[in-house]
Each structure stands twice: as C-alpha cells, then as structure tokens.
Design a protein around this ligand. Structure first.
Ligand code: MN
Ligand code: MN
Length: 296
C-alpha cells in the first residue's frame, strides 16, 4: 500500500515537472508552483515524497517555523521539502544555500546510518546532480548539513540526509572537529527535552572555488540554533530565548580550536551569508537576539 502511494505520487510529480518551462529560476509564486499542483496536501499518511520548486514549497513546513531564510537574489534558489528537513539548493553552486530542520527527542532513534551518499533525484533533470565522484580526491569530506545522527527515527529520513542536496565540501578537521561538537551539543539539548530550530549553510567567496564538476567550496560554514520548548513557535521567541550562532572557517587549522570559540551573532552570519534569518520572529525581538553572542 505504502509503495503504491509512493509510486503514484512519484508519477504525479514527473508530470508536473515535465509541464514546467525549462527555466533555471523557480516560477513566480503566482504561477502553478504551489505544492498543491505537485502532490495533494495534506499528504496522506505513508506518503512522504519530496516536494520541490518555489519558496511556497517549503514555507509552511515546521522546519522553517521561525522564518524561511531569504536573500536579495531568489534566482539561485531551488527549494525542496524533504519532509525530514527543508532546503534551498543552488543549481549554480551545486550545494545547498541552506538546510533547515526542527530537532527534538523524537528524531533521535536507533536506526543507524544509511551510509550511502546519493544524487538527489528530486532535482529537475536540467540541473547537474552531484555524485560521489565530485568529491573523490578533492581533499574535502562530504559534509552533512542536517546530520545523519539528527534523523534516526526512520530509514527514509536518515537516507535523505545522505542526498547530495544536503551535503557540502567540508575539511575533515572541521567535519570531525568543532562542527561535530556543535552537532553533539544540539542533540544533548534535544535529549533533555528541548525543541531546537536549526539552519545551516555555507558562506562563499566571489568567485567561489570548486571541486569535481563545479561543486562550490564554502569558505565557512554557519549554523543558527534557537532553543525552544515543546509546543512553542515563533510567537514564543522573546529577548531571553537561547540562540546560538556559529561561523566556522572551512580552512586549515579550524580543528585546533573548541567549537565555542566560533560562536558569533546571527547578525554576523546575516552579513556574511546575505540571508535574513528568523524573519517570523517579531522585529523588536529579532533585533535583540540577533545582536547577541551566546556563551553556553
Ligand atoms: Mn558531519
Ligand atoms: Mn533576521
């Protein structure tokens, strides 16, 4: 039954995709690009096919309950709702612009790593689909943005963290060092009962350098974490809400320092990345929590 549903919605998606003009830029919101045209909403239980296309594809997801990150140039953004997390993919850079996910105790199961990195078939055929060979002998790890260990509640959710639309080049000393330590901190808070809203992505030089078949290498990776309690949302964020922002250089020597030394403010990440974060939080509160550097 479940397989039938998946197969059926897969077919519907293909039709909708083929009907779309082959433009790089996602269609304007007023066009037939709402999730409704791609697959029925709400999705029936058992169906979790990804949805893709314009910002409307992801904006109602719980993973961006605190606001969909936005920058001044939406032409290089292709949005995918992977259900387990949501993301904006850059067809030009061939890495995600950002990935956002909610994390609570319920996501921390014991199903184990699926291990197999895979090209993301949810990308339209007109986009290059990154694969393993792009990273071979590049000197960079295939760095997860949404970590495998944050999605241990189902094999499908975990497998989606291994799609290359959730991966960016990361030095091993960063991936296995401060970046991993921050991931572990986040999961410890989830285990204690907190509900965390996380967004991670890359900062790029202009022009950006690449590995493999044009996969952009970030000069730094950022992560923003907002710590809430079960049942809380954007309206509950206030001046005392715990917010962590980290900006870690993707450069040699990064692994020699503790993760806490890379803490900064959301404002600094907004300046470095060009994105506005936490836009669903009242402006007055954003001003306070985005200017602060946490000392956990
Ligand atoms: Mn990692
Ligand atoms: Mn903001």
């Amino acid at each position: 039954m479940l397989l039938l549903l998946v197969a059926r919605f897969g077919l519907l998606e293909c039709r909708a995709e083929n009907a779309r003009p082959p433009a790089l830029a996602p269609p304007a919101p007023v066009e037939s690009s709402s999730p409704r045209t791609v697959a029925p909403q709400p999705a029936p239980v058992g169906s979790s096919s990804p949805l893709r296309g314009s910002e409307a594809t992801v904006s109602s997801s719980v993973h961006v309950a605190l606001g969909t990150p936005r920058d001044g140039d939406p032409s290089d953004e292709f949005f995918i709702d992977q259900r387990a997390f949501v993301l904006s993919y850059s067809p030009e850079k061939r890495v995600p612009n950002w990935v956002a996910w909610q994390l609570d105790r319920g996501h921390l199961g014991h199903i184990g790593r699926q291990r197999e990195f895979r090209p993301d078939l949810a990308l339209p055929a007109r986009f290059y689909r990154v694969k393993d060979s792009d990273y071979v002998r590049s000197g960079y790890d295939r760095g997860h943005l949404c970590p495998s260990a944050d999605r241990q509640d189902s094999t499908q959710s975990n497998a989606r963290t291994f799609l290359f639309t959730n991966i960016a080049p990361q030095l091993h000393e960063l991936n296995s060092g401060p970046w991993e330590q921050l991931e572990s901190w986040t999961r410890r808070r989830a285990k204690r009962g907190d509900v965390l809203y996380v967004v991670a992505g890359g900062v790029f030089s202009a022009p950006f350098s690449t590995i493999g078949n044009g996969v952009a290498v970030p000069v730094a990776h950022f992560k923003i974490i907002v710590v809430l309690k079960p049942g809380q949302g954007a309206r509950d964020v206030n001046e005392r809400t715990e917010v962590l922002a980290a900006l870690m250089p993707n450069q040699r020597g990064v692994g020699e320092r503790a993760w806490t030394e890379y803490l900064t403010s959301v404002d600094a990440i907004e300046r470095a990345s060009g994105y506005d974060f936490l836009s669903a939080v009242p402006e007055r509160v954003q001003r306070v929590i985005e200017a602060r550097t946490a000392r956990p």
